[in-house]
Design a protein around this ligand. Structure first.
Ligand SMILES: [Zn+2]
Ligand SMILES: [Zn+2]
Length: 109
């Protein structure tokens, strides 16, 4: 278990997001990989030791401060595996860097 999964597991939101994603990462290439071999969607599934993260579905919103991201409705969230989440956030940050101050980490759970 990692600290990532704790807060939203308490509310059920994390479980709802991951269940809606069928327990599978919802990245469709924003991490920089095309996931072409897997019909355009990351094949990583939730399992012990490789938990999915519930985070904003829009890469730009991955840069939101945690309290703002936590206020997003469930349909604005997606399940991310750690590599896709981190890579998508890094790419979004690079894209936003020019006109936005550095954001806090937005891994919520
Ligand atoms: Zn992924
Ligand atoms: Zn990905």
């Amino acid at each position: 278990m990692t600290a990532r999964t704790a807060p939203l597991a308490d509310t059920g939101l994390w479980q709802a997001v991951v269940a809606a994603a069928a327990g599978r990462c919802q990245c469709r290439g924003t991490c920089g990989k095309t996931h072409k071999a897997d019909a355009g969607r990351c094949p990583r599934e939730h399992r012990p030791g490789a938990e999915l993260t519930a985070a904003p579905a829009e890469p730009a919103q991955l840069l939101l401060p945690a309290h703002q991201a936590a206020a997003l409705p469930k349909h604005a969230l997606a399940a991310w595996c750690a590599p896709c989440h981190d890579a998508s956030r890094t790419r979004a940050r690079r894209a936003a860097e020019a006109d936005t101050p550095p954001a806090q980490p937005t891994t919520l759970f």
